[in-house]
Design a protein around this ligand. Structure first.
Ligand SMILES: [Zn+2]
Length: 177
């Protein structure tokens, strides 16, 4: 940011007293604008031996397959956000089992939470955000057309864990290049 969202004055970048990180500061308002990571929340929806994927209708990675997930909104829990994103992107209702992957995506300042979830019915449909929504068995997963490495990881863990029928929480860190 260049200008203060409060007074439209010029923003200065500096390290405040008793801090160690450069911040955006408006001296006029005496406000420090802290910038912190964003949370992405979503589901890995399972129906029988298949998982539900969405083909992205929007950039980034338009045309690539992903799990239904998106930025968490204010005034909702992470679980509520995951359910909302699954409705918005896949028009699907799921029952959340538990938090399955938590990935710090350091180079883009995001933390991604993916919940393992189950579908009672094979009911889903595309949306404004998804060109296509479909169920895939392990053999059918379009591994080369997945939108993000975090999605690839979550799916790999799922099919690996399914062999033992144990789905522990995975904590991961991505640091980019
Ligand atoms: Zn200001």
């Amino acid at each position: 940011m260049k200008y203060c969202s409060n007074c439209a004055g010029k923003i200065r970048i500096g390290i405040p007293e008793e801090d160690t990180i450069p911040r955006h500061i408006c001296d006029n308002c005496d406000i420090i604008f802290y910038q912190n990571p964003k949370l992405i929340t979503g589901c890995l929806p399972v129906y029988q031996d298949q998982v539900l994927l969405c083909k992205r209708a929007i950039e980034p990675r338009k045309g690539y397959w992903t799990l239904p997930a998106g930025f968490m909104e204010n005034s909702e829990s992470a679980e509520e956000g995951a359910l909302r994103e699954t409705r918005e992107e896949a028009n699907a209702e799921v029952r959340i089992s538990h938090l399955y992957t938590m990935t710090s995506i350091v180079h883009v300042n995001q933390v991604q939470l993916i919940y393992l979830a189950h579908m009672d019915k094979a009911e889903y449909a595309p949306s404004n955000e998804s060109l296509e929504v479909a169920l895939f068995s392990e053999q059918e997963i379009p591994w080369d057309e997945l939108a993000f490495p975090t999605i690839k990881n979550a799916l790999s863990f799922y099919f690996e864990d399914r062999k033992k029928n144990q789905f522990p929480l995975r904590e991961l860190t991505f640091k980019g290049n």
